[in-house]
Design a protein around this ligand. Structure first.
Ligand code: SER
Length: 314
């Protein structure tokens, strides 16, 4: 990667990945794009243009004038919000992503796509979920992720495009809140722990999901995109995860730092149903073997860092 264009730069991943890449590759070499201009590092720390990913012409022109060699395509709508607007989510998550892939083909750039644990469904083996396994997701968000996983493989095979991608677990971060996702509880819990000393979880006790701290996710994107293509057998949709926990375990981790923290439950049937359709824990062997995936943060290290950073801010 030398000249990078990022879509959805204002999202939970984009607000951190944009400065991270600018730091590594030079601010002038990372063009952030989003549908809205928000004051802050994304729009002010380097080149920025307004872009709707569904506008292929404007997208292609941006890639050409910036002389980008890589598209990091992050624009998308998360799982629970997508259930409330299935057709709108298809428009962004599938049509928008296909447009981005076509721009990559037209301009010959590398292409990164963030898939998700949502690409699996209730018939997938839930524990130690293999890299290659049954994928029959029951959410519109998951159906879109599988579609793009397959399209990315197809564009590589058919057109020789350098497509690469990760199946992200729930991502936990302190810079920006996720919006409308199912794993969001594991972010909100830290904010409320610092603000109120208590949290009401919309995910039920005993519900395991894969998670990862944002610094490990950022490193994983760069490690994969810079990996020797000869070593990539899968290329797209690598399972990655740093930890798997259920609400009581994250609460217990918080109590090691804030002993008076309390949690109760008000389970949201929509998000609970989505969570139950996703795996409990992914097998990340392919990512480790093919490009050296090695996350640094476990649950307690993440908790300590999250609480310290949020305390500083609030
Ligand atoms: N974190 C996402 C969500 O909950 C899953 O990829 O929607």
């Amino acid at each position: 990667m030398k000249r990078i264009i990022i879509t959805g730069a204002n999202g939970q991943i984009g607000v951190e990945l944009t400065p991270y890449l600018r730091n590594l590759y030079g601010a002038e070499n990372v063009l952030a794009t989003a549908r809205r201009k928000v004051p802050g590092p994304v729009s002010e720390g380097g080149p920025f243009v307004l872009l709707d990913v569904r506008d292929g012409k404007a997208f292609s022109e941006s890639v050409e004038s910036f002389k980008a060699d890589t598209i990091i395509h992050l624009a998308g709508m998360l799982s629970a919000r997508a259930e409330g607007d299935p057709l709108g989510s298809w428009d962004v998550n599938v049509e928008g992503s296909h447009t981005a892939l076509e721009v990559a083909r037209e301009r010959g750039t590398a292409f990164f796509f963030p898939s998700s644990i949502a690409a699996f469904g209730p018939t997938t083996p839930a524990k130690n979920t293999p890299q290659d396994t049954i994928q029959r997701p029951t959410t519109i968000y998951g159906v879109a992720k599988v579609t793009l996983e397959l399209l990315c493989d197809y564009y590589h095979k058919k057109f020789g495009l350098d497509t690469r991608g990760l199946r992200f677990p729930g991502l936990i971060s302190y810079e920006a809140l996720p919006g409308g996702g199912t794993t969001d509880y594991a972010v909100h819990i830290y904010y409320d722990a610092v603000k109120k000393g208590s949290y009401t979880s919309f995910i039920a006790s005993g519900t395991y999901m894969d998670m990862m701290y944002m610094p490990d996710a950022l490193a994983a994107v760069v490690d994969l995109m810079e990996a020797d293509p000869e070593k990539l057998i899968h290329r797209n949709a690598f399972n990655i995860s740093a930890m798997s926990f259920e609400p009581e375990q994250i609460a217990a981790s918080i109590r090691k730092v804030l002993p008076d923290f309390t949690m109760d439950y008000d389970v949201d049937p929509l998000r609970q149903g989505i969570a139950e359709s996703w795996p409990d824990s992914l097998d990340c062997t392919a990512a480790r073997e093919e490009w050296g995936f090695s996350p640094k943060y476990g649950l307690d290290e993440m908790t300590q860092d999250m609480l310290a950073r949020l305390k500083d801010r609030m």
